[in-house]
Design a protein around this ligand. Sequence first.
Ligand SMILES: [Zn+2]
Length: 189
Amino acid sequence: MRRGSVRPQVRFVTAPVKREKSVALTYVLWLCLGGVGVHRYYNGRVGSGVAIAFLTVVGLATVGAGIGVLLFLAGAIWWLVDAFLIPGWVSRRNAGSSVRRTTTRPKVNWAAAARIMRHGPLNPRVICPHCGVQGAVHVQPVSVKTGISGGKVMGGMLTGGLSLLATGLSQARRMTEAHCGNCFSTWRF
Ligand SMILES: [Zn+2]
């Protein structure tokens, strides 16, 4: 009887990692072999599976010494908590494997992504005045600092630098910086 229930599970565990994981099978593994962490190995959580096995095995081995009961109880609580975590693991793992499968086809354009990081989002309506291409222009707001006049520097020095700071900041003008991803020219307006 015992042989028949354990055998097919072991076959699934050694199957290729690519196949979709099953919630039902994880619960069967949890119930029958959860004490040694097999439900965690099956979902790719080998380290924590070994930790549960450690708590169970060492706990049972040192029951006579007293501390074993605590270790075994800790493992048992962990095992019980896992029952609530299993659906989340399986759906995340299956979603992850399908994402990995689809990302092999469309190539990520890292250069375009880097331009968005550096120059802001693409504005599909803006036409580049330099090369005439539409939809390749990045637009982002920038604050442009303009020069501080000599008079303001004097005033700032006289009032102890505080007003220099205030007027210096007020000199920053809000502008829009545009960058063309086609001809790589940058301009402001
Ligand atoms: Zn251009």
